[in-house]
Design a protein around this ligand. Structure first.
Ligand code: NAP
Length: 260
């Protein structure tokens, strides 16, 4: 299967890194400028279209219309269009490419590079063989879930932007640790161990225990964790954090409304 990327920035690189060891796959890209990567670069979009069975639209939302304008002139029969572009619906893309065109809309995150993305999937041809091949590929790049398109805005805030929010939380721990004057790289290593340890604790126990129970297991009555969690509760930190997710979701909804 030949994968052609239109745009070769952060996300396209993550898809390529996650898939490059797979057998039976070839890759090429078209972008404004050539990148330092060992796959063919096409200077013209029509060369990329002729090459690819699967065309990944990996450009920023504001650049999508320009790309679709160019694609609508091309012969796309039999090809699969895959779009991870935030806030751009299948109906929006069909307006350029026609309803007959097979389109898959996804919402992944950068952990695709390590085959650990959580990726939402929807298509205008449910059950179509080629569409399901993309679903299977997404399964190689982490966990893939079929989702109604109406759920994409919330999914984008939690799983698309989620890594940045979790890292922002870790940054707060790092800022606090500055009191120790440890070198930054060592601090990062310690925080990485903390997050990996926590993830493992969650992973090993999630089948048998709820998250509440896992928190309770590390909270002694009258102890330090309890004091911190009490602050968490009385200051409604959880509610504030929900505000972060709501803001991202609202932005995704706005982007969808602005000419979706
Ligand atoms: N990054 C994420 O974590 C993430 C997660 C989920 C979804 N997404 C979605 O994925 C899409 C891509 O995000 P990204 O982070 O990969 O963006 P990015 O790093 O900015 O990459 C965008 C790419 O688009 C290319 N491009 C722009 N205009 C073009 C044109 N007219 N013709 C050809 N190529 C063009 C750029 O080429 P040049 O470099 O040559 O200028 C660049 O390689 C976005 O729509 C975003 O919503 C991203």
């Amino acid at each position: 299967m030949k994968h052609g990327f239109i745009g070769f920035g952060n996300l396209a690189k993550a898809v390529y890194q996650g898939l490059k060891e797979e057998e039976g796959m070839e890759f090429a890209y078209f972008a404004r400028n050539r990148k330092e990567v060992d796959i063919p670069f096409f200077e013209r979009i029509d060369q990329l279209v002729s090459f690819a069975d699967v065309i990944w639209l990996v450009v920023k939302p504001q650049d999508l219309a320009g790309i679709l304008d160019q694609l609508k002139e091309k012969e796309l029969t039999g090809k699969t269009i895959v779009s991870p572009v935030a806030g751009k619906s299948i109906a929006y893309m069909e307006r350029y490419l026609g309803e007959e065109q097979l389109i898959v809309r996804i919402m992944p995150n950068l952990a695709m590079a390590y085959r650990k993305s959580v990726t939402a999937f929807t298509t205008n041809r449910p059950g179509n063989r080629q569409a399901m091949q993309i679903f299977d590929i997404l399964g190689k790049l982490g966990k893939a879930v079929e989702l109604e398109e109406s759920g994409f805005d919330l999914f984008t805030s939690v799983f698309g932007s989620g890594p940045a929010f979790i890292l922002s939380f870790i940054q707060i721990f790092k800022d606090k640790m500055q009191e120790f004057s440890l070198p930054g790289p060592l601090l990062d290593e310690l925080l990485l161990e903390l997050t990996q340890g926590t993830t493992l604790y969650f992973a090993q126990n999630q089948k048998d225990y709820s998250i509440e129970e896992l928190i309770r297991n590390i909270t002694s009555k009258g102890g330090t964790t309890q004091a911190g969690l009490e602050y968490f509760r009385t200051h409604k930190i959880g509610k504030h954090f929900e505000g972060v997710l709501d803001a991202a979701r609202k932005r995704s909804e706005e982007m969808s409304r602005n000419g979706n």
